[in-house]
Design a protein. Structure first.
Length: 655
């Protein structure tokens, strides 16, 4: 049973309030005993409806119909969906032998929550971002230890000169890392637990289930403590091994980064009309090629993921734009039962903002399987072949061409259900025990349940001799949102005193908005997590610049001694950061292209069952460009400010 919306929002309902319920052609007011979301409803065209549950006695009183018309069955000793199907088929055959006709048999996904796809999406997203954060965290820890070791190279040489072994030196830095792990664990574990609970409640609210556990098992805390202690040790071990491998002579003779590139050697670059400061910055970025490669790779990965989030979001917007454009009507009225066309249209003759009304005969699979569908429950839409109210994206074949020969067009969900049949083949359609052989002429893309489209005259000749209809497609004169919304209200007002048994009244613009709002939260989460990855990569870049500044302290002193101002030195490091940022952006955006194609297909199939087409987000490109440049500027500017605070005397005597 459905609650009449009439501008009602779910938040307007509360226990004890009155709700208007439409059932059996009548509208009655009943008290609301409780509220809750139905987990069986997935995001789609029905989400704008509020479903009401009543006991059998109330149902019979409201509708005047028998309540015992649906069986909810749980089989014993079934371990797969196929076993459930076999048991259900045997039960239907038994009912048929007793003269009981089963209209539809619906088997839900075996041992799977109705919103498992959403949970899979969120878990995949969480796991992917967690893995990337782990990878970038490894880079960050390695860079941090490399920075510490770079600043203490001569001290390591002195330790070894006075008799310390390499293992003893390593113990010092391993103890330092262990202390950092303890401090970070004390900060991170409460934050991880708190944010984990917040995220879990957020997901539970979306998917409509309750989290009963209020505390984590003790072994989870043991895992977290172990990770906070061991992971920093493991991740920093390569940098410690490299830093403590240095000999006494090399350590005591260390004066920073050797100059291995010159403007003269890079002849092509030197001939370009570029500022000398920029040429010097370019040379400096190449002095530590391995560090540069790691920094650029981490930053480019963050850029690629951040840009991919916007592109996938744009793909969804384009899909919903196609959904909105594929159905040209403004308001649809779906009836529970088929009725004569003239009898239905008379109720809407006095409404002003109606350009025309096109009548169809259609079913939505599970919702209207008793009205217009195959015997297998696949919805059939019988409509004029030349209707201008429909414009689907064609996947294969063509659209219907007229009543000469029985033809059908399937959407991609129906085609998958029928085993992806070849275009041009003939298929037998069974409706209410009657069979018709029709030729498949096309497959279209539609964000809907499995449907078969058929020319109205052919369907009527097949199984509808009285030419009855059950769907009215209203086209408004004034198509502005407010006017169409007002038209919907007038249509609902006209239905109120009628004897029409209405399944729903749906405004096309609202339908698209509902789907978008339902899925937008996931896509916003994708972009948010991607931003976190970009921020971590920017921190890694800042750490790399900090190491470079530390290694070049004496070099900075020399520059200051020969007349370089703090501003010139600061701009030099900022230019180096700009070069790294621009390189990362270029590589990241190229990498974002294949990632966006894969991501659009993956998230489309996971969330909607439809592979999204790749779309480029121009606004996302601009945001990615600006955010990356900002992060790159901050990552280079902050260490550079620390560099110019060192006096010339301090820099030249730096050990």
């Amino acid at each position: 049973m459905l609650i009449e919306r009439d501008g009602l929002r779910f938040s307007d309902l509360n226990s004890g309030s009155q709700a208007r319920v439409r059932a059996g052609g009548r509208t009655v007011k009943v008290p609301v005993a409780g509220i809750g979301f139905d987990p069986a409803q997935s995001p789609g065209t029905q989400d704008h409806l509020i479903y009401a549950y009543v006991n059998k006695k109330t149902f019979a009183e409201i509708t005047g119909e028998a309540a015992n018309r649906r069986l909810i069955i749980r089989f014993r000793n079934v371990h797969t969906k196929q076993q459930v199907k076999n048991a259900a088929d045997a039960l239907v055959q038994y009912f048929n032998s007793l003269g009981i006709v089963a209209d539809t048999v619906k088997i839900p996904k075996f041992m799977e929550h109705p919103h498992q796809w959403q949970l899979n999406t969120l878990l995949f997203m969480e796991g992917s971002i967690g893995f990337l954060a782990f990878f970038l965290g490894a880079v960050l820890v390695s860079q941090l230890m490399a920075a510490i070791l770079a600043g203490q190279t001569r001290q390591i040489g002195i330790f070894k000169a006075i008799g310390a072994s390499r293992f003893q030196v390593m113990q010092i830095y391993l103890a330092m890392v262990l202390l950092l792990g303890v401090i970070s664990g004390l900060m991170a574990i409460p934050l991880a637990v708190g944010s984990g609970y917040a995220y879990a409640y957020f997901v539970a609210n979306i998917l409509n289930f309750e989290i009963l556990t209020r505390s984590l098992p003790h072994h989870i805390y043991i895992y977290l403590i172990t990770a906070s202690l061991l992971l920093p040790l493991l991740l920093s071990l390569p940098a410690i091994l490299k830093g403590t491998r240095i000999t006494v002579r090399e350590a005591l003779c260390d004066y920073g980064i050797p100059q291995v590139v010159s403007v003269k050697k890079s002849g092509v670059l030197a001939k370009l009309p570029l500022p000398r400061n920029f040429l010097l910055a370019f040379e400096n970025t190449l002095r530590r090629k391995k560090r540069l490669a790691i920094t650029v790779a981490a930053m480019a990965l963050g850029v690629a993921i951040f840009s991919t989030g916007f592109n996938v979001q744009q793909s969804l917007k384009d899909l919903l734009s196609d959904v909105n454009g594929s159905m040209k009507h403004d308001v649809q009225v779906a009836l529970i039962n088929q009725m004569p066309k003239e009898e239905v249209l008379k109720y809407f003759s006095g409404i002003d903002n109606i350009s025309r009304i096109e009548t169809w005969n259609g079913g939505r699979g599970g919702m209207q399987s008793m009205v217009v569908s195959t015997d297998a429950g696949v919805g059939i839409i019988a409509l004029p072949y030349n209707s201008d109210l429909i414009a689907f994206r064609s996947i294969k074949g063509r659209w219907l061409r007229g009543p000469a020969e029985p033809e059908i067009v399937m959407n991609q969900e129906a085609a998958e259900l029928y085993g992806n049949p070849a275009i041009g083949g003939y298929h037998t359609i069974s409706v209410r025990g009657k069979q018709l052989k029709a030729r498949l002429v096309g497959i279209v893309e539609e964000l809907e349940k499995p449907k078969i489209y058929m020319e109205q005259a052919q369907y009527d000749a097949f199984v509808n001799p009285d030419h009855q209809i059950n769907s009215l497609m209203f086209v408004a004169k004034d198509k502005s949102y407010d006017k169409v919304k007002a038209l919907k209200a007038e249509i609902e007002k006209a239905i109120e005193p009628s004897n029409l048994q209405v399944l729903y009244v749906m405004m096309q613009a609202e339908r698209v908005q509902v789907i978008y709002d339902h899925l937008q939260i996931i896509l916003v989460t994708i972009v948010f997590f991607a931003l976190l990855v970009l921020m971590v990569s920017a921190i890694g870049m800042s750490s790399a610049v900090g190491i470079t500044v530390m290694e070049r302290t004496r070099e900075i002193g020399v520059l200051r001694a020969i007349g370089a101002t703090p501003r010139v030195i600061s701009n030099l490091f900022a230019s180096e950061g700009l070069i790294v940022s621009l390189t990362s952006i270029i590589i990241g955006l190229f990498l974002a292209w294949p990632l966006s194609i894969v991501g659009a297909k993956f998230f489309g199939n996971l969330m909607l069952g439809v592979a999204l087409h790749y779309s480029f987000s121009s606004s996302g490109f601009i945001i990615t460009l600006l955010v990356t440049l900002l992060f790159g500027w901050l990552a280079s500017r902050l260490p550079a400010r620390q560099a110019i605070k060192v006096t010339t005397r301090e820099a030249l005597k730096y050990e």
